[in-house]
Design a protein around this ligand. Structure first.
Ligand SMILES: Nc1ncnc2c1ncn2[C@@H]1O[C@H](COP(=O)(O)OP(=O)(O)O)[C@@H](O)[C@H]1O
Ligand SMILES: [Mg+2]
Length: 378
């Protein structure tokens, strides 16, 4: 005869392939009962429409039915509460961190992945200007152009013609561009051979190289301009930099629900929490003061509400953004007083509140602090 403890033990063999842990450890098993040979297992999924649902259901049945004294298995599937979900996410992130491959990024570096549910919303413009806004606050900032083939950052920073070099250890040295440490495929591919070599690489491999073969040095923040879509690169980034958090860029258009579902799914699959939303291409004000809401209104706030995160900034449509992007003169530094400039700089400040730079908690620093805290001896 089996006990509920035996059943729990058997359930440890059921792994959520996406979360990378067993369902007991992840806290997904909410109840186990065994009455007259009927085992009833309650499982809470991260979301009800979890694509792994039937696989988990099947695995639970098989594992439990194999136990002596179990004649039948009833699986009741439920959904986690928001709190339970975030607990599971942090557990999964912890595991990912433990298994993370070594990168050249300091584990205390804050990593902000600028993503979106759809393309052309101004991700690259936002990445560049946010990064500059962080530099303006005195932080050392890396900017990684993870849009491997759709790179646009070098041009936006006016360094499209420059190329990356290597140090004596054979590591790539980021390009110093307007105070940022920049790495982009656009700074690598100068001849056809190299271009072919890079083209042969999987995108996620290219990202991996940017994180493992680049001498980033100390950086407080790493801003990553993500490619459009929700695929490989997101997963690779989360695997390589488990500390990564996501900022979602959206337009004011009210398509939030669909976008929200996509973004939430992306966050769930990559274990990257969303820390906030940035609305871009919000209303346009003419020099005479007329206001036009070209792309609708309220979409950013709606998406933020939907995801339960703050709206970090709402950046208006501003010709300075386009002009600056084409001329290598980003609005954050060239027109900080313009509506878009002010919005993006305020956004960068808000970001540092939400994601304060990690304290330098070396052992020595901690011992110093503890000693300071001791009452003074006479
Ligand atoms: N706030 C804005 N005001 C005016 N034009 C913008 C704004 N944000 C982005 N753009 C323009 O929109 C286009 C797409 O922006 P980009 O940053 O390349 O988007 P993505 O990286 O999402 O594809 C660019 O021409 C850019 O200059
Ligand atoms: Mg882009």
């Amino acid at each position: 005869m089996s006990t509920t403890t035996d059943i729990e033990q058997a359930l440890r063999g059921v792994v959520d392939p996406e979360l990378g842990g067993d369902i007991v450890e992840l806290g997904m098993v909410k109840g186990i009962e065994l009455t007259n040979g009927i085992a009833t297992i309650r499982v809470a999924l991260t979301i009800a429409a979890c694509p792994m649902r039937s696989q988990i259901d099947g695995d639970v049945r098989r594992k439990v039915a194999a136990l002596p004294g179990v004649d039948d298995v009833v699986v009741e599937m439920g959904e986690m509460t928001a709190d339970e979900r975030s607990a599971v996410m942090s557990k999964a992130r912890f595991r990912a961190r433990e298994n993370a491959e070594p990168t050249m990024i300091d584990p205390v570096t804050r990593v902000v992945a600028v993503s979106s549910g759809k393309g052309g919303v101004g991700k690259s413009s936002v990445s560049v200007n946010l990064a500059l806004g962080l530099t303006a606050q005195g932080f050392t900032v890396g900017l990684l152009d993870a849009d491997i083939w759709g790179f646009s950052i070098p041009r936006m920073l006016g360094v499209g013609e420059k190329r990356l070099g290597a140090n004596t250890d054979g590591k790539i040295v980021p390009l110093e561009a307007q105070g940022l440490k920049l790495v982009s495929t656009g700074l690598l591919v100068d001849d056809e051979d190299k271009a072919l070599m890079w083209r042969g690489l999987m995108l996620s491999k290219a990202l991996e190289q940017f994180l493992t073969d680049v001498a980033w040095g100390h950086i407080d923040y790493l801003v990553v301009d993500m490619p459009p879509g929700t695929g490989d690169i997101q997963m690779a980034l989360a695997r390589l930099l488990p500390q990564a958090e996501m900022v979602v860029v959206t337009t004011p258009q009210k398509t939030a629900q669909k976008v929200a579902a996509r973004v939430a799914d992306m966050a769930r699959r990559s274990f990257m929490p969303v820390i906030g939303v940035i609305e871009n291409m919000a209303g346009f004000t003419t020099p005479s003061g007329e206001h036009f809401k070209l792309f609708g209104e309220g979409g950013g706030q709606e998406l933020a509400d939907e995801l339960g995160v703050p709206l970090i900034a709402s950046i208006p449509l501003d010709p300075y953004v386009v002009e600056g992007g084409d001329a290598g003169a980003p609005v954050a530094t060239t027109h900080p007083e313009s509506p878009a400039g002010m919005a993006v700089l305020a956004g960068a400040r808000r970001l540092t509140e939400l994601l304060p730079p990690a304290e330098d908690e070396t052992c020595t620093a901690r011992i110093d602090r503890l000693l300071d805290a001791l009452p003074a001896t006479k």
